[in-house]
Design a protein around this ligand. Structure first.
Ligand code: ZN
Length: 99
């Protein structure tokens, strides 16, 4: 039986920020420029031109939905959006301390 588990991976936050599409219930958003109403099948942001390499989700994920996404977008890296936001928060807090 196959299932999905989250796997730890060291990533470049800046790279994800510049190439992330965030999928909600009805529409998707470019994380880089915050343009909303993007088709989740888009490979590039119509506003800022970012190429999407990562996909995150605002909705609660069911395994069946995740499987659909993996099959529909085999070229994307699917990330946990909450993990990503936590890392961004930590990085930005550190920046404030250094300031
Ligand atoms: Zn954009």
């Amino acid at each position: 039986m196959k299932d999905f588990i989250r796997q730890w991976k060291e990533v470049d936050l800046k790279e994800i920020e510049q190439s992330l599409i965030v999928v909600g219930e009805l529409q998707a958003e470019c994380y880089s420029c915050h343009e909303i109403g993007i088709d989740k099948k888009a490979i590039q942001c119509p506003k800022c031109g970012a190429y999407f390499k990562y996909m995150g989700f605002r909705r609660k994920l069911q395994v069946s939905y995740l499987r659909q996404m993996v099959e529909a977008f085999p070229y994307l890296n699917l990330i946990d959006f909450d993990d990503f936001k936590k890392s961004i928060g930590k990085r930005d807090a550190r920046k404030l301390l250094d300031f």
